[in-house]
Ligand binder design. Structure first.
Ligand SMILES: Nc1ncnc2c1ncn2[C@@H]1O[C@H](COP(=O)(O)OP(=O)(O)OP(=O)(O)O)[C@@H](O)[C@H]1O
Ligand SMILES: O=C(O)[C@@H](O)C(=O)CO
Length: 422
């Protein structure tokens, strides 16, 4: 197997898997660390964890277990995938997990590159930008679980890990793969453990992909995986063959939105003009979850029948979210909302729903776990970073959308494309 990927959340996992498939690699995504006996015959395996906001020791032990599993399958390279907005505060898990993987693999340096230029995430002089602004000035400063208040990736890495961080600036990336490799060697000799790689566009990603093709352990976002593939392209026709595995099935659909990102707020508003929306009330979610989920199901069943599937949404704008969090506590509120989605997803499945379009990484993890799906075949991308996926265990199609991904009409577009290709 070429590549073994450890992803810290479910949408992050489908994001990177979608880019690999779009580059013609055969890919399977496995949710949580699989059984020791499972055999797979693909170019890349993505193990998706729900470790982004887990306690540090859990995130580390889950990631090491995933590493063990992948190494037993002779992966040539291990890729630790985290968010293109580096969702991780100074207390976050990216540093500790990176350290644990480095130690287990005997590595003294690795790279840090969350860039995903096609979705507006670029790295300049080690600072992460979201569109035209540094990350800490973007909507990410209001994130419900990981509010991002710094855009300097070297500082963030050093605050949450054990070593020194350095930067490979875009001026060196512009010079080509050999220059990047030479700079990495220089940084390593200088005692740098985490080399933050600048990347402003896909040309830079291709250069970086060529430069790090032989590094045993790399870390970053899906853009870096795209770069790896660009540097080592598959034969013509591979993409169509790879995408077939995750082709959407036709079936009763529901949209579930648990992301409060800027883009999801826009997507929910746009979809509200086209389809019925059932809103989740956090106060109710904090009470009897099962009874509340049953009520929501009843509302969905009443709302069905239009051109587009009903949407069940907890999505709120930043001000409303801040009020909710102040009143109930951020962790309690987000946990309660996730519990409702968990219970509701099970009820929906029992009623015959088989297409789940989900917004939000944590929410996607919750829904996938509720449906007891152990993994996915990956299909074509609906938008960069959001492919159709098909459960490996049952005839269920899912779309797991990262909070900030997709265009405003995403929820309707996903259904239009599913109808076209089913
Ligand atoms: N109205 C709400 N009040 C409080 N918490 C909420 C509310 N709606 C959603 N949440 C919680 O906010 C969190 C959103 O995280 P999630 O990962 O699903 O979305 P995201 O962070 O926008 O997506 P991504 O991780 O893909 O960028 C979840 O834990 C969810 O339960
Ligand atoms: O990298 C991204 O932005 C996404 O894949 C993600 O991790 C969202 O949770």
């Amino acid at each position: 197997m070429r590549l073994g990927i450890i992803a810290d959340d479910f949408t992050g996992a489908t994001d990177i898997a979608g880019f690999l498939v779009a580059n013609g690699l055969s890919v399977i995504q496995l949710n949580d660390v699989p059984d020791a006996g499972l055999t797979v015959d693909v170019d890349a395996v993505v193990v998706s964890l729900k470790s982004r906001s887990a306690p540090v020791d859990e995130a580390v032990s889950q990631s090491l277990a995933a590493l063990d599993w992948l190494r037993q399958r002779n992966c040539r390279q291990i890729f630790f995938k985290y968010c293109s907005t580096f969702d991780s505060t100074p207390e976050g898990n990216i540093g500790p997990v990176t350290d644990a993987l480095m130690q287990a693999m005997g590595q003294s340096i690795t790279v840090v590159c969350p860039a995903l230029p096609v979705n507006g995430r670029t790295i300049y002089q080690g600072y992460l930008f979201v569109g035209a602004v540094p990350m800490n000035e973007s909507g990410m400063r209001h994130h419900p679980v990981n509010p991002m208040q710094d855009a300097n990736l070297m500082r963030l890495m050093e605050q949450q890990s054990t070593g020194k961080a350095g930067n490979v600036p875009y001026t060196i990336v512009e010079e080509g793969p050999e220059a990047v490799m030479a700079e990495l060697a220089r940084l390593e000799a200088d005692g740098v453990r985490y080399a933050v790689l600048d990347a402003l566009d896909s040309r830079h990603l291709a250069t970086l992909g060529a430069a790090i093709a032989d590094m045993p352990l790399i870390t970053g976002g899906a853009g870096l995986a795209d770069g790896l593939c660009m540097a080592n392209p598959m034969p013509a026709g591979s993409r169509e063959a790879a995408e077939k595995a995750g082709k959407p099935l036709s079936g009763r659909a529901i949209v579930l939105s648990g992301s409060c990102s800027q883009m999801t707020n826009l997507q929910v508003a746009a979809y509200a003009g086209k389809a019925p929306v059932v809103r989740i009330q956090v106060e109710r979610a904090l009470g009897d979850v099962d009874a509340y989920a049953q009520e929501l199901l009843d509302e969905v069943l009443k709302a069905e029948g239009g051109e587009y599937a009903p949407l069940v949404s907890a999505t709120v704008p930043p001000k409303e979210l801040a009020d909710i969090q102040q009143k109930h506590g951020a962790k309690q509120a987000s946990h309660a909302v996730e519990q409702v989605f968990h219970a509701l997803a099970r009820l929906l499945e029992s009623q015959g729903f088989s297409t789940f379009i989900v917004a939000g990484g944590e929410t996607s993890g919750t829904v996938s776990q509720a449906l007891e799906v152990s993994g996915f075949y990956i299909g074509a991308q609906i938008a960069p970073g959001v492919p159709f996926v098909r459960a490996i265990d049952k005839p269920v199609t899912l779309v797991l959308k990262s909070g900030n991904f997709g265009q405003e009409q995403f929820f309707a577009l996903a259904q239009d494309l599913a109808r076209e290709s089913a």
